[in-house]
Design a protein. Structure first.
Length: 138
């Protein structure tokens, strides 16, 4: 699978994290043109995509990852660039990209470090419903 995704941006997420799977459901609901594709970070597909990108990418297994035509994005940048492609007013969140990345990522990491405690986790990766399963790469 090639990194260039002219057809569809790919969002990699923690498949056992309730916050993360809830975020994927949110993206699906606000993606009327069904352009996003998804894979859990625990999947072989995601690991292969990250491996293609080298050591920095493979070290991001605890972060949301967006792969699109512009490149590969991690943490807060991935989340904000994803919001920028959704319907409604969500693209306005991209204005937060003016905040320096280390500060944005500090906030992302703060929530990320507590996501299992606050939102819980499952023992196995979330399995999407049949009507959206074609949008998942794994």
């Amino acid at each position: 699978m090639s990194l260039k995704t002219k057809k569809s941006p790919i969002l990699l997420f923690d498949g056992v994290c309730n916050l993360c799977t809830g975020s994927v459901r949110f993206v699906i609901e606000h993606d009327p043109y069904k352009k996003f594709r998804f894979a859990s970070l625990q999947s072989t597909v995601a690991k292969n995509l990250l491996k293609q990108q080298g050591s920095e990418a493979t070290s991001k297994l605890g972060s949301v990852v967006l792969i699109d035509d512009s490149g590969i994005w991690f943490k807060s940048t991935a989340a904000l660039r994803t919001a920028g492609q959704l319907s409604g007013l969500w693209p306005l969140l991209q204005v937060l990209l003016i905040i320096p990345r280390p500060l944005r990522d500090w906030g992302y990491d703060f929530i990320g470090a507590r996501r299992y405690k606050w939102f819980g986790r499952t023992n196995a990766c979330w399995l999407p419903a049949e009507d959206i399963s074609d949008r998942f790469l794994d």
